[in-house]
Design a protein around this ligand. Structure first.
Ligand SMILES: [Zn+2]
Length: 214
């Protein structure tokens, strides 16, 4: 058994031994919100947002991007499990800022081994063979940290399956301080829309800004 596997199973043993009232938790998140955030190991949403088991949905991927799959989860989160507010939280020093689709595709075409990061960026040191499959993936890298939060909030806001009534907050987590910093343009773009409470999505051609709740 690998050392990591042993450690994880031992930790789980201790966790389960003290599981207590958590056996009574119900499926819908008690505090009624969802967070989309990066998988970065330095981020612990339960800690930075004060979550206990059963409180909220946390959807994680590389970058905390509003990918099709993140949106799939958000739809399930509100439609079946009743969440009413969403957060999109990216962070400083995100690894997604350090490469482009072309860079990772070139690395993968060379080998499947872990690349090296130095002052000149990522460099492949594997023996290969690699694969060209990476060229068919949109890795959703981040060229502009603030813009990526704004773009993702706007994408969720405009999605035809996300209700207007759900406010979407855009934040950057600072890995040097642990603080959440608001991206005002994102939160502004994610404001709940006045009028119908739940159902209607935003008509594609509508003047959305005039209907934003102040
Ligand atoms: Zn990240």
């Amino acid at each position: 058994m690998s050392e990591i596997l042993t450690e994880v199973l031992q930790a789980n043993e201790a966790y389960a031994a003290d599981f207590g009232n958590k056996k009574d938790l119900v499926l819908p998140p008690k505090r009624g919100f969802a967070i989309v955030t990066c998988m970065d190991a330095r981020l612990d949403p339960a800690k930075y947002a004060g979550l206990a088991e059963g409180d909220a949905h946390v959807i994680r991927n590389a970058g905390g991007r509003a990918s099709d799959d993140a949106i799939r989860s958000l739809i399930i989160s509100y439609k079946l499990l009743g969440t009413k507010e969403f957060f999109i939280i990216h962070h400083t020093e995100c690894g997604m800022e350090f490469f482009t689709d072309a860079v990772i595709s070139d690395l993968l075409s060379n080998s499947l081994e872990t690349a090296v990061l130095d002052q000149n960026g990522f460099r492949d040191v594997g023996l290969g063979p690699g694969s060209e499959e990476g060229r068919y993936i949109n890795f959703l890298t981040i060229a502009d940290r603030l813009k990526s939060v704004v773009d993702d909030v706007k994408r969720v806001r405009a999605h035809p399956l996300i209700p207007r009534s759900i406010p979407i907050y855009g934040y950057i987590y600072d890995v040097k301080s642990g603080r959440l910093i608001e991206v005002k343009e994102a939160t502004e773009a994610g404001k709940r829309i006045a009028g119908t409470s739940e159902s209607a999505a935003i008509p594609a051609a509508a003047g959305v800004t005039s209907a934003v709740v102040n």
